[in-house]
Design a protein around this ligand. Structure first.
Ligand code: SAM
Length: 420
């Protein structure tokens, strides 16, 4: 079992199925995200396309954007609608591909696929086939579709990289992908196991925008273009969801891209993930830069000291430039303090920043005014306390925003049991 933010995969699938069974079977119930025809309108679907959607399906629309802005679906295409839900986008796609084309609507939730199947029969949508299945294991042959459309699904999928690799696999080389999904600025770093609803409300499972786009690039997609980025959650009927979304910088993006000729090798993909620029950006977003710089300062200080003491025992002489040594330690100490100070807003308390400034001051005093090993070590200890406090305060703040502690989370609609 893989745990994601404390959830097991099974918990996520169960919560997703439960939530979207409600959207299928009781579309007029209150949800924390916009649904139905009004959602189609605010997301920018043209009236003509809304009119194409069978009324029974329209009420269960739960998309987060207008993926057709990317114009990936063309006449005659075999299209895969991934995470089709009630299939409103499948219906729009079926009109776009025409009688020569075909749409495969795939969704995890049985109630959704049942609903679309019934409407497709009733409305004579002969070029739409409905499949219940998972985006992580698409039941289609390699290179068998010309285009993929997806709206609001990827943020709900536990193994997103695997789903993206599957999209690449089933698309023909040069095939097109249009996707609308939720992205965030700051990742959720706390364990949300206590409330599976948080995952299905589309913020907790979402990916930082740069990582979202990199996931597709790594898998071999090309010409990736973000066509629109907008505040989807401003339309949420829940003030708490709006606050959670604002706190993590959650928004919708609509993206178009093309499948490259070949999948990059796994080694190349892994190397991309080790890119230092990406690693630093990720550490920064997670609030780990204070701790990282402090570690570098400790290595520069005590690591060098150890090397200077031990290497002569091996017959290796080391000439140490003391000014350069002290300067390097000071640089990392100052960077650590600045990184902690930069988190004041996220931590909601000036405490860690003040402690970090004090710790940095003590180390700098020991380095440049009057050296004492004990004073220097005390400065490092204060800085370490500040970095730990900063991380703990940020996590506490995230938990408060998510309603996991401190406040009583406003109850949403119950998550019904599913048999799917
Ligand atoms: C936000 S809804 C959007 C539905 C639809 N695209 C629309 O625009 O109305 C997300 C849909 O993705 C489906 N889903 C979630 N995880 C999935 C997965 N791993 N594989 C396939 N579908 C999934 C859910 O069942 C749900 O119907």
């Amino acid at each position: 079992m893989v745990a994601i933010l404390g959830y097991s995969r099974e918990q996520i699938f169960e919560a997703v199925k439960a939530m979207y069974t409600s959207v299928a079977e009781a579309p007029n119930a209150p949800f924390h995200f916009p649904t139905g025809e009004s959602a189609c309108r605010v997301l920018g679907y043209p009236g003509e396309e809304i009119g194409q959607m069978p009324e029974a399906l329209r009420a269960s629309f739960a998309g987060v954007g207008y993926p057709f802005r990317a114009e990936a679906v063309q006449a005659g295409d075999t299209v895969l609608d991934l995470g089709a839900g009630a299939g409103n986008d499948s219906v729009v796609a079926s009109r776009r591909v025409g009688p020569e084309g075909h749409v495969v609507a795939l969704d995890l939730t049985a109630a959704m696929t049942r609903k679309l199947q019934t409407a497709a029969r009733a409305d004579g949508l002969d070029n739409v086939s409905v499949v219940q299945g998972s985006a992580e294991r698409i039941p289609l042959a390699d290179g068998s579709v010309d285009s993929i459309t997806s709206n609001g699904m990827l943020n709900l999928v536990p193994d997103k990289r695997r789903a993206v690799r599957e999209m690449f696999r089933v698309l023909r080389p040069g095939g097109r992908l249009q996707i609308a999904d939720v992205v965030i600025d700051r990742p959720v770093t706390v364990d949300c196991e206590a409330d599976p609803r948080l995952w299905v409300e589309c913020v907790v499972g979402a990916t930082v925008e740069e990582d979202f786009l990199a996931m597709f690039r790594d898998a071999g997609f090309e010409d990736i273009e973000v066509l629109r980025s907008f505040d989807y959650f401003a339309h949420s009927p829940s003030r708490q969801t709006q606050e959670i979304a604002a706190s993590f910088g959650a928004r919708s993006i609509e993206v178009g891209m093309r499948r490259g000729a070949r999948a990059p090798s796994r080694v190349w993909q892994a190397a991309q993930r080790l890119n230092p620029q990406r690693a630093v950006a990720s550490m920064w977003r997670r609030g780990a830069m204070g701790m990282a710089n402090l570690t570098l300062a400790l290595v520069a200080c005590y690591g060098t000291l150890a090397a200077v003491s031990l290497l002569p025992l091996l017959g290796i002489g080391l000439a140490l430039n003391e000014a350069l040594w002290a300067g390097t330690i000071a640089l990392f100490v100052v960077l650590a303090a600045l990184a902690v100070a930069a988190g004041v807003k996220r931590a909601s308390t000036p405490g860690p920043a003040l402690l970090a400034a004090g710790g940095a001051g003590v180390v700098l005093y020991a380095l440049f005014v009057e050296y004492s090993m004990a004073v220097e070590a005390a400065g490092f200890a204060l800085l370490a306390g500040a970095a730990v406090w900063d991380i703990a305060a940020r996590r506490r703040r995230q938990k408060q925003v998510l309603g996991l502690i401190g406040t009583t989370r406003a109850p949403g609609p119950p998550l019904p049991r599913t048999g799917g």
